[in-house]
Structure formats: structure tokens, C-alpha cells
Design a protein around this ligand. Structure first.
Ligand SMILES: [Zn+2]
Length: 252
């Protein structure tokens, strides 16, 4: 993807998180990365979502965070995005929102347990929550520290960024990511949905345990595993479990 296409994709991703109802006031931003050029493309700070265009996007050097393209100031959360891109070479897009239910779990300091297949389709296990940032981290380079605590949380739990494309930052809100900005948006939408459902499920059945591991694995792997067969994907997709791989023949 060239830089013009990336800017258009990131503008579309920012409009999409707003249209999906994930943005409270102006809290939220989406970005994408061009690793061959060594840059990330992100929403400008404080701009309205609805009219965002490719030309509004800000281009920032991955290496040192300096602005190398665009006329507006980048999102204040740019350092968080940059830290995650530098840590996880497999991710291509990042979304941050203050969507209400995911933020409620973040404020409660609770990871979201896997209770059903919507969760398992996107997240391979509980969606983790970070520790609270310390005072020195908040008074220092706060946005960078926010990225650091996400990295620390995934490392501590032994999670890869592709198995767990989301983390809740304690007393703040969710960050999600994916192979592209559009996939990061999908994961942000899925996260808000499973956060809502988990809250309601636990209200109905406070003692319900997590879903069976075999069901979680089946759902995660059929979309993300080496033999993934969900959707209308590439002709290179291999048949799995004796199922034919022709488009339209798989479950959806
Ligand atoms: Zn925020």
C-alpha cells in the first residue's frame, strides 16, 4: 500500500470508529503504519471525525516521532501508537477509543473473560487489563508510558499481539490493533460488543465460568489459525478437517 492509500485507509478508519459509536466526544484515534517508509499515519489532534480526509492525516517517523508529513498536529496519543508499532512488527494498524463498556472494564481494573464465541472469534483468551500507571510515569512521558505498560502486560502474560489484539489500559480505556487499520477497527468494534455482552452475562449469571477451552480454540483457530477457513479468503487456503475450501462452502 502506497502512502496515499494508507492515508485514505487511516482517514476511513477514523471515520469508522466514529460511525460505529465508539467515540465519546473526541476521544479516539486510528493509525496505520508503512514499515518500508518507516512512518506511521495518524489522525490529527482534536479534529472532527466526520469530515476527515486523507490530506488531514499526519505522517510521523517511527524512529523518533518527528512529524514528516501533513500540516496539522498529530493525535496526542501518537507516542503510544509508535511504541506499539516498534514492539510488534506484525501489526499494521492501531485504534484507541473510550468506548463505554470496554472503558468500564478498564476502569474496574478487570480483564474481560472469554464467555462466548464472539469473544473467541477475535481474542484468544481473557482481554487483559494493565496495572495502574505510577505517578512518575504519568508526570513524565505519559503517552509513551501508556505504550510501555501495554507491552509489559502482554509480555507478563506471555501473549502475542496477534493472539491478543487488544489491551485495556487501567482507569483509561481500550487499545486494539490488527494487520491493518481496518482490522484494528473491527477488533475495536468486537471488543466493545464482547465487553457489553460480558457485563450483561455476568449480571444474569454472576457465577458463570469461562467458556470451554476447546470451543474458544476452535473459534479462534478457524479464523486466525494456520488452516483458517472462515470467510471467502484466498485460493491458497488449505482444506481443513476434510472440509472443501471452495468459496461459499464453509461455515459463516
Ligand atoms: Zn484515551
Amino acid at each position: 500500500m502506497g502512502q496515499a492509500d494508507l492515508k485514505a485507509a487511516v482517514a476511513a478508519a477514523n471515520r469508522a470508529i466514529d460511525q460505529a459509536g465508539l467515540v465519546t466526544l473526541s476521544f479516539g484515534n486510528a493509525s496505520g503504519v508503512d514499515r518500508s517508509a518507516g512512518v506511521l499515519v495518524i489522525k490529527p489532534s482534536g479534529a472532527a471525525y466526520a469530515g476527515l480526509t486523507a490530506d488531514d492525516m499526519v505522517v510521523v517517523a517511527l524512529e523518533d516521532g518527528r512529524v514528516v508529513g501533513g500540516t496539522l498536529r498529530p493525535s496526542i496519543d501518537t507516542s503510544t501508537h509508535r511504541r506499539l508499532y516498534l514492539e510488534f512488527p506484525e501489526i499494521g494498524g492501531i485504534v484507541h477509543t473510550h468506548s463505554a463498556w470496554a472503558s468500564a472494564w478498564a476502569q474496574a481494573g478487570r480483564s474481560i473473560p472469554p464467555l462466548g464465541t464472539t469473544h473467541a472469534d477475535h481474542f484468544r483468551g481473557p482481554v487483559p487489563v494493565t496495572r495502574q500507571l505510577r505517578e512518575d510515569e504519568v508526570s513524565g512521558d505519559y503517552e509513551l508510558a501508556t505504550g510501555e505498560v501495554i507491552v509489559e502486560t502482554l509480555e507478563r502474560l506471555g501473549l502475542s499481539a496477534s493472539d491478543m489484539p487488544a489491551t485495556l489500559v487501567a482507569a483509561h480505556g481500550p487499545f486494539t490493533w490488527g494487520p491493518s487499520a481496518a482490522e484494528a477497527v473491527n477488533n475495536a468494534i468486537a471488543l466493545e460488543a464482547i465487553a457489553t455482552m460480558a457485563s450483561q452475562t455476568l449480571a444474569l449469571a454472576p457465577g458463570i465460568g469461562v467458556m470451554p477451552e476447546y470451543l474458544l480454540e476452535r473459534h479462534f483457530q478457524r479464523k486466525h489459525g494456520p488452516g483458517a477457513y472462515y470467510g471467502q479468503s484466498s485460493p491458497a487456503a488449505e482444506p481443513r478437517d476434510g472440509r472443501p475450501s471452495e468459496p461459499g462452502s464453509g461455515p459463516r
